[in-house]
Design a protein around this ligand. Structure first.
Ligand SMILES: [Zn+2]
Length: 291
C-alpha cells in the first residue's frame, strides 16, 4: 500500500492541466504559453472546414476530460461546438465558467453585416471570425491566453509570464519580417472563395474585390459567377485566393475564363503538410503572393 502511495503522490502534485481548444492554431499558441504545465487537446483538424466540424462522439469524451476550453468564438464554432459542450456535461467547459475562454471577446471583429439576413444563411452574423490570420492579433491572443492560464493555475503564473515573453519576442521579430516581405503588395487586388483572409488582407493593405461565395456560406449562382468574370476582366485582380477545404471547381472555371491563377491559402496549422506551427503558417501566407 505504501509503495502505491509513493507512486501516486508525485502524479497528483505535478498533474498537468488538460486544456481543450477548438482549432490547431489555438493549441499551438496555448502550448507556447503553457509549456510543460499543460496538455493540449485539439478538437478540429487543421485541414477540416472550421465552420462545419462533424461532432463525433470521440470529441465529446475529449470535452468531458478537459480542465478548460478555449474557443475562437465569433460564431465560427456555432455549427458544431455547442452540442459537444452540452453532451460533454463538464462544468469546466461550460460557457461562462472561469475555465472557458472565448478569444473573440478580446479582438475587434470586422465586417459585421448591417442587416443580417439569417434566412439568406449568412454564417457570420457577428462579423468575420477569422481574426487569427492577422499576425498582430496573435500578440493580443497570446496575452489573453497568458492571463487565462494564470487565472486558472496561479501557482504556475510566473512560468506562463516567462513563456509569454519568449514567444512575444520571437513573434515580433517575425512580424517585422512579414511586414517587410508584404510591403510591396499594398493595393494588390485579389478575389477570394470565402473571406477567410479578411484580417490578413487588412493587415497588409491588399484589396479584396469580391468573393466567389456571394455571402459567407452561400454557394455561387451562375449569375454571380458571370458577374465575377466580368468584374475580373475589368479590375484585373492578381489571383483567386482559395482555402484548402472547399472544392476549387468554381474557382477553376473562373480562372479558365479570366486567366488569373488560383493560389491556395492555408488557414491553420496542418491545413497543408508544410504548415507545422504559427510561424510556418505566416511564412507561407506572406510568400504565397510572390510572382
Ligand atoms: Zn468563415
Amino acid at each position: 500500500m505504501k509503495f502505491f502511495l509513493i507512486l501516486l503522490l508525485p502524479l497528483a502534485l505535478f498533474a498537468k492541466l488538460n486544456i481543450a481548444v477548438s482549432y490547431p492554431y489555438i493549441g499551438a499558441l496555448t502550448k507556447s504559453i503553457g509549456g510543460k504545465n499543460i496538455n493540449i487537446i485539439v478538437l478540429a483538424k487543421g485541414d477540416w472546414d472550421p465552420h462545419f466540424v462533424v461532432p463525433r462522439p470521440s470529441l465529446i469524451s475529449k470535452i468531458r476530460n478537459a480542465d478548460g476550453l478555449i474557443i475562437n468564438g465569433g460564431q465560427l464554432e456555432i455549427g458544431w461546438l455547442p452540442q459537444l459542450i452540452n453532451r460533454g456535461a463538464n462544468p469546466k467547459t461550460k460557457v461562462g465558467a472561469k475555465s472557458f475562454l472565448d478569444l473573440s471577446h478580446h479582438i475587434k471583429m470586422i465586417l459585421k453585416p448591417k442587416n443580417v439576413d439569417r434566412s439568406g444563411g449568412d454564417i457570420h452574423p457577428d462579423g468575420n471570425p477569422h481574426f487569427h490570420l492577422d499576425p498582430n492579433n496573435i500578440l493580443i491572443l497570446a496575452d489573453t491566453i497568458k492571463r487565462y492560464l494564470s487565472s486558472i493555475d496561479i501557482t504556475n503564473s510566473k512560468a506562463y509570464e516567462k513563456n509569454y515573453e519568449i514567444f512575444i519576442k520571437m513573434f515580433k521579430i517575425k512580424i517585422d519580417e512579414w511586414n517587410k516581405k508584404m510591403s510591396n503588395k499594398k493595393g494588390l487586388k485579389v478575389i477570394q472563395f470565402h473571406n477567410n483572409l479578411a484580417y490578413f488582407i487588412k493587415a497588409y493593405g491588399l484589396k479584396n474585390i469580391a468573393t466567389i461565395e456571394p455571402l459567407p456560406g452561400i454557394p455561387a449562382s451562375s449569375k454571380h459567377i458571370m458577374n465575377l468574370i466580368k468584374l475580373i476582366k475589368k479590375e484585373k485582380p492578381f489571383c483567386i485566393l482559395h482555402d484548402v477545404y472547399h472544392s476549387t471547381k468554381t474557382a477553376k472555371y473562373i480562372s479558365s475564363k479570366t486567366d488569373i491563377p488560383i493560389v491556395l491559402m492555408p488557414h491553420d496549422i496542418n491545413s497543408l503538410d508544410s504548415i507545422k506551427d504559427l510561424t510556418s503558417l505566416f511564412d507561407y501566407l506572406t510568400s504565397a503572393l510572390d510572382d
